[in-house]
Write a protein that binds this ligand. Sequence first.
Ligand SMILES: Nc1ncnc2c1ncn2[C@@H]1O[C@H](COP(=O)(O)OP(=O)(O)O)[C@@H](O)[C@H]1O
Ligand SMILES: [Mg+2]
Length: 334
Amino acid sequence: MPTEPEADLVRHLVHRGLVPASTPVEVWELSGGVSADVFLVTAAGRRLVVKRAVDRLRVRQEWHASPARVLREADALALARAIRPDNVPELLDVDEERLIITMRAVPARATNWKADLLAGSAEVEVGRRLGLALADWHSTSASDPRSLESFADATNFFELRISPFFLRVAEVHGELRPPIEHVVERLTGRSSCLVHGDFSPKNVLVDRPGFWVVDWETAHRGDPTFDLAFLVSHLVCKAVHRPALAGRYRACADAFVDAYLDHSDLDIGTADLVAQTGCLVLARVDGTSPVDFLDTDEQTAARTLARGALLEPPEDLASLWSVVETDRLGGGVR
Ligand SMILES: Nc1ncnc2c1ncn2[C@@H]1O[C@H](COP(=O)(O)OP(=O)(O)O)[C@@H](O)[C@H]1O
Ligand SMILES: [Mg+2]
């Protein structure tokens, strides 16, 4: 017997013409976030992913987790797919009234890149290809300002990234407030292209040799540096967690950044990239949503690295990585 929410989902899919009536349907919950529940549905040989905004009542206390974020995601999926059709799932339906979007599921053989990385598989080629794709999303959208009109409101980005990741960390580490505020000023002062806003390995589904990028609900018109720093900060945290693999994570990050810089029309300041990366590493320890894989010693190491990046900024990302790779973090990293 399907549960009532599942039955409702199936009625919705039939009503929207996405699934024929009276067909056996299977539903799996993929995740239940603050703003949307995500389901995988198979029916009549089709595999669909449905994102449904959570009940407004459930998020009443957290206005920032606006259920309408699924509509922002729909706009971003459409724009990103127009630029890179091979790397973004196809959007099939948008129900603006009920705030439900349906897209095609990526092939079942695809693996989640975060799981691959944590399992020790860090493919440089995935990093390189991601860099090329991100450069395309950024550069192509920047060259067509009209395509960005519906992404101008960055309220979600502020509430979901700037506030919990940067301002919260500045509260915890008072002595870091000036450099963090400087980073925020630079970051929010630039608004040139489509920024994914959650460009993290968990939102990359690898279907070798290609990949898919999902979860575009934090997309906005903003600073391209952010997506680069976000991905690199995740790889730095993984290197702190698995020092034996630090060289491989770094190679992935380097391939990603190098491919991006070679391919992008947009200028990325090294100092901004290093400082944002430092802030984001710190946010992964002391921000509102810390990563789930760092133990106490590793958190200390990440903190040391991030504080260094903000107080005595390394010249470039290579210098930041050399701190991870050598024994300068102490604590439990070795
Ligand atoms: N089109 C898709 N095909 C297959 N799996 C998907 C698709 N979209 C999302 N997923 C899976 O569901 C998970 C949650 O979806 P996501 O859009 O990232 O929502 P959340 O906001 O909960 O992170 C993803 O990490 C991915 O594993
Ligand atoms: Mg996600």
